[in-house]
Design a protein around this ligand. Structure first.
Ligand code: GDD
Ligand code: MN
Length: 374
């Protein structure tokens, strides 16, 4: 092996030239659509030096198998298979970061995006634009293939999103656009992986003077299969808006963690009364109520706050132990701060709230890195 390496290095000659345009396509259960899409793409991209990267989140319908077969015939098409992770935005980012082309385009696999627009999107980047966005809303009354409800939600979302970013575009939530790879690479550590809104996230991280070209098209109806846009995705988007609106200070996770904490307080008091009534002494009753509340809070956070990185099986129990230890320290901090404030003559409720708030923040920040840290 070693003998061959230097020889190989001595021949810098390339067998084929590296692509300069990479098309990134996230897939989740698109087995029925990818074949047709690929044949369209091969025709449309003719004349460009291209590659296509599918990023599949381990689809149950085994989209990957179809893509592998395609890759046998057409090596410019490959597939990244991610296991144990979900998310349109994260899949796109991973695809972009592994691309060869200096120009990257992102599009859906379900034939809702008009592939014939790709050469124009690429040309717009070559002309010096940072972003070329295929827009569904170039005119206010443009018809789309969305249901009336989805259409209304999409327009409200578009309106909110436009208020939060300085960059001007009619469709900040388009899933169909092209850009320069280096632009995304530079902001990659700040992009969020969950949810659908990859373009919105790129726009809000871009420089204010980012150059944008818009290309109108008609959003078609889905070819086969169904949309993965659901309440969870919508919630993730709201979370992203919320985080942006508070300049990253308050995230939806933090709010969720504190709401569960507040509900836990109610549960704790109810349990305490129950156990006391059952005749257990106060110290033991308080300990029992605390432990049960911690287990319930942990499960609640695991289910809701960290829905996207849920711990299961053995890691659930390991996580629970670490969580209890961290919140134990939190409780000591809580009592310490409250007592100190109370002694310095704050009103009892201010002292109590301050203690609870600081310990809540401690619990949130430390469990975020030590319990749910994937
Ligand atoms: N890898 C991966 N992981 N791909 C995903 C995931 C995921 O978790 N969820 C969805 N996809 C893929 C789908 O397979 C499809 O190719 C593409 O992402 C878009 O998903 P759809 O489920 O078809 O989304 P949509 O049509 O409802 O939403 C479209 O419009 C939105 C704006 O209203 C998309 O273009 C979105 O990008 C866009 O934000
Ligand atoms: Mn779709």
């Amino acid at each position: 092996m070693e003998m061959f390496l230097p020889a190989a290095r001595a021949q810098p000659e390339r067998l084929h030239s590296a692509p300069d345009v990479s098309v990134i396509i996230p897939t989740f259960n698109e087995r029925e659509n990818v074949g047709k899409l690929v044949s369209h793409l091969i025709a449309t991209l003719h004349g460009l030096n291209w590659e296509v990267i599918f990023v599949d989140d381990d689809s149950a319908d085994r989209t990957v198998e179809v893509l592998r077969d395609i890759g046998h015939y057409e090596p410019r098409i490959r597939c990244i298979r991610r296991v144990g992770r979900r998310g349109l935005a994260g899949a796109c980012i991973e695809g972009i970061l592994s691309a060869q082309g200096e120009i990257v385009a992102v599009m859906d696999a379900d034939l809702q995006h008009d592939h014939r627009l790709l050469p124009d999107l690429v040309a717009a980047i070559r002309d010096g634009n940072d972003l070329a966005i295929a827009t569904r809303y170039s005119s206010p009354r443009q018809e789309t293939a969305l249901s009336p409800f989805r259409s209304a939600m999409s327009r409200i979302g578009t309106y909110l999103a436009q208020r939060l970013i300085t960059a001007r575009t009619t469709d900040p939530m388009s899933g169909f656009f092209a850009t320069r790879r280096d632009l995304v690479e530079a902001m990659a550590p700040r992009l969020s992986n969950g949810g659908f809104k990859i373009l919105f996230d790129i726009l809000s991280n871009a420089e204010p003077d980012v150059r944008i070209a818009e290309l109108p098209y008609r959003f078609a109806t889905r070819s086969a299969g169904h949309s993965k846009m659901d309440r969870r995705v919508a919630l993730q988007f709201l979370g992203l808006l919320f985080t942006k609106a508070t300049r990253g200070l308050v995230s939806l996770r933090l709010v969720s963690f504190f709401l569960i904490g507040a509900a836990g307080l109610g549960l704790h008091m109810a349990l305490l009364i129950l156990v006391l009534v059952a005749g257990v002494n106060f110290a033991a009753a308080q300990a029992i109520a605390t432990l049960i509340t911690m287990v319930v809070n942990f499960s609640g956070n695991n289910l809701l706050t960290y829905h996207d990185q849920q711990l299961r099986g053995r890691s659930f129990f390991r996580g629970l132990l670490v969580y209890v230890a961290i919140c134990g320290i939190g409780a000591v901090v809580n009592v310490g701060i409250a007592t100190a404030l109370f002694t310095v003559a704050g009103p009892w409720w201010v002292a109590g709230l301050a203690g609870a708030f600081v310990s809540g923040l401690w619990n949130y920040l430390v469990t975020q890195t030590l319990v749910w840290n994937r």
